[in-house]
Ligand binder design. Sequence first.
Ligand code: NI
Length: 175
Amino acid sequence: MSKMKIFEIPDPILRQKALAVSRVDARIKGLLADMLETMYSGHGVGLAANQVGLLERLVVIDCSGETERTSPIKMVNPQIIAHSENKIIHNEGCLSVPKEYADLERWETVTVQYLDENGKEQTIFAEGLLSIAMQHELDHLDGILFIDYLSKLKRDKLLRHLEKRRHRESGEICS
Ligand code: NI
C-alpha cells in the first residue's frame, strides 16, 4: 500500500465527473487500499477518487472513529437508490478544503448500492454520520463539493479564510 497525494481546491479535477468502473480487478483493489491508507493518514472519514487525482467511481469510508478504524467500506460505482424525507444538519469538512467547516443539511438516511472490492453487489443502509459521509463522497464523484451548498456569502467567506491561512502557512515555511 502507498499513500497518495490529496488534491485541494481549486484543482479542476475536483470539478470533473468520475467515470464508471467497468471491471473490478487487482488494480482497482490496489487503488482502494491506497485510498483507505491516504484517508486514514489524513484523519478523514471518507475519500473519493477525484481527491487523489483519479476520475473513476471509487469511494472509501470509515466512520468508526479516529482511534478505532475498524469499519472500512470500499465502494465501486456507488449509487444512492433511496433516501429519507427527513434531513439533518451536520458540521462538515473535506480533505480537499482543508481545515474549513460548515453546517449543512443532508438526508438523515440513505440506501447505497455498490460493488465491493471483489466485484460483488452490496447494499448498505446508512444513518447518522455514515449517511452524511456517503452523500458527501458520492457528490465528489460528480464534481460537487460541500461548499456548493452554502450561500455565496458564506462560501466566499470560507474560501477567503482558507486562502489567508494558506498564505500564512507558506510564509511560515519561507521565513
Ligand atoms: Ni470531501
